[in-house]
Design a protein around this ligand. Structure first.
Ligand SMILES: Cc1cc2nc3c(=O)[nH]c(=O)nc-3n(C[C@H](O)[C@H](O)[C@H](O)COP(=O)(O)OP(=O)(O)OC[C@H]3O[C@@H](n4cnc5c(N)ncnc54)[C@H](O)[C@@H]3O)c2cc1C
Length: 511
């Protein structure tokens, strides 16, 4: 049975309803353009909606209130320090441009009713620049969605864009999508199409082209980040840059069964207005508690924990790798792609106070073994013996006992380690014993994107703009290397804001 195609027309079509896409929809609609945003999932949000929500910039009113002297030039210089080993890959003019535009985007977000606390320090930033949205990252989505609808934008959820419509001479004239029930939808545009379909952290076909197989097979945190926008851009003749750059894979504890309190708070503007000043007035201790909750929910365990003696076991109670090498590549090969950290009380004691922490957002907050006991009972298990620990985890007690005994012989220098490990802490002998996990390995974000200019126009391999095609956010990274916290959201919202505005103004028409 064939179903009729549903036809729409608009000045601007936006592909993707995460931070970049919604920012593009709002700024295009604010220019008076008619806008249609297509989101493949049933709800808006994308990775932006599940993020922590930090936004890093210079020149904010929050910095000024605290008397912090800063500038985009200094910020851009500091961005280089976060990934010095990757900086040769950076698109320097574009990142400088981004540092200059990010303050205006924060002002724009404040004008939409969003609230922030901070700025918090994050070395090697020379001054505090990290601002956290209140109460959580869903606030970006809620505020932008409300504004887009108020400005008359049309939002079609459950619509996956499958194809760009391009004339033989290379003008992008619209998109084709698949709506609910497989219905074909076509949107014709006069101003432009903004690609804002997120990253390819979970796009196996795309990853396989650019990454080693052992990395490509590791899942992305957001299962919907399948690189559709990168593929669509390439089909229209766009160049892709830095596709081999990714953030991760990284070992992380699985998410708690119930989201943390801050994630449960409704992300509505009124609440944000009330909470913003309250959070900013919180004493350091209370803020620290809030941050610790985020740490034990999202952050990865430190490599030092393994170097000091922690083991990794799978659900058979067996070790499977040198924990001090690259365990994030070995964990995905284990049953259920999962592993657990095993400690004894000596190691747990060591990781109970500065400078030995299980996880951190450097110089902001630190989480110790006790924080995991208190805040993540779902991943914390303690027992008086190794065998009891195994029983509590429903593993084979004898096998876990053998695993730890064999490791202890190697750690004591009696025999070489069966996994080739050469760096050990003291043998794990002193009860109680602790298992932390499950941990899984994830690609957090990908850094490769469509090549763009400072108007967010998509470029072909010769550096020529593709007429009426724009890209933003993780889809349109343009070769900038932004490794610190809070820069990806700042980039998504800044590039989205500018892409939407330019598409509405017809900046892409000349091609
Ligand atoms: C756990 C976690 C925490 C993070 N925390 C932070 C943080 O605090 N600060 C920070 O700066 N960065 C953070 N990041 C990174 C940051 O969230 C992302 O890089 C950024 O939000 C990407 O925004 P985006 O709009 O480009 O993509 P997304 O927000 O992922 O939006 C893309 C949207 O496009 C949709 N889409 C995809 N394909 C199609 C298609 N074919 N048709 C229609 N729609 C489609 C997707 O479903 C999605 O909704 C975090 C990342 C993770 C994984």
């Amino acid at each position: 049975m064939t179903t009729a195609v549903r036809n729409y027309s608009a000045t601007v079509a936006v592909i993707g309803g995460g931070g970049a896409g919604l920012a593009a929809a709002v700024s295009a609609a604010a220019e008076g353009a008619s806008v249609i945003l297509l989101e493949k999932c049933a709800t808006l949000g994308g990775t932006t909606g599940v993020a922590i929500g930090s936004y890093t910039t210079s020149g904010s009113p929050f910095q000024k209130r605290k008397g912090i002297e800063d500038s985009p030039v200094l910020h851009d210089e500091d961005m280089s320090l976060f990934a010095a080993h990757r900086d040769s890959l950076n698109n320097a003019p574009l990142r400088r441009w981004f540092a200059g535009e990010a303050p205006a985007t924060l002002d724009w977000l404040l004008s939409l009713g969003l609230e922030f606390y901070g700025p918090s320090p994050e070395p090697p930033n020379r001054v505090p620049r990290m601002h956290n949205v209140v109460p959580n990252a869903k606030a970006y989505i809620a505020a932008l969605q409300a504004k887009a609808l108020a400005l008359g934008a049309r939002i079609l959820v459950g619509h996956a864009v499958k194809r760009l419509l391009v004339t033989p001479d290379g003008l992008v004239t619209g998109v084709e999508a698949e709506g609910p029930g497989g219905r074909a939808v076509r949107v014709a545009v006069s101003g432009g199409v903004v690609l804002a379909a997120g990253d390819y952290s979970n796009g196996l076909a795309v990853k396989r082209r650019f990454l080693p197989e052992e990395v490509a097979g590791i899942e992305g945190i957001n299962p919907n980040s399948t690189g559709d926008g990168h593929v669509l851009a390439e089909q229209a003749g766009a160049a892709l840059v830095n596709m081999e750059l990714i953030y991760g894979p990284e070992l992380r504890f699985v998410a708690p069964p119930r989201p943390p309190f801050s994630q449960l708070l409704p992300a509505n503007p009124l609440l944000a207005r009330l909470m913003g000043p309250a959070v900013r007035a919180l004493p350091r201790i209370a803020l620290n508690r809030l941050l610790k909750r985020l740490l034990v929910t999202w952050q990865h365990p430190e490599t030092a924990l393994f170097q000091d003696g922690a083991l990794l076991v799978n659900q058979r109670g067996e070790r499977f790798c040198d924990e001090t090498a690259r365990p994030e590549l070995d964990v995905p090969r284990q049953p259920e792609k999962s592993a657990w950290i095993v400690l004894d009380s000596v190691l747990a004691q060591r990781y109970s106070a500065w400078p030995h922490f299980v996880s951190t957002a450097p110089d902001i907050a630190y989480a110790y073994v006790g924080d995991y006991r208190r805040l993540r009972p779902d991943i914390y298990c303690e027992a008086a013996s190794i065998e009891d620990l195994a029983r509590r985890k429903e593993w084979d007690p004898a096998r876990l006992g053998q695993t730890v005994a064999a490791y202890n012989r190697a750690a004591g220098g009696a025999v070489p380690d069966a996994q080739g490990r050469t760096r050990f802490g003291p043998p794990l002998e002193r009860p109680p014993f602790i298992a932390l996990g499950p941990l899984r390995s994830w690609i957090v974000t990908t850094e490769g994107g469509v090549r763009i200019d400072q108007q967010m126009r998509v470029l072909d391999p010769r550096g020529q703009p593709i007429a009426n095609l724009f890209a933003a956010g993780s889809n349109g990274m343009g070769g900038i290397v932004i490794w610190g916290h809070g820069l990806h959201i700042a980039w998504a919202l800044t590039s989205g804001r500018v892409a939407g505005r330019n598409a509405a103004r017809g900046v892409g028409a000349s091609g």
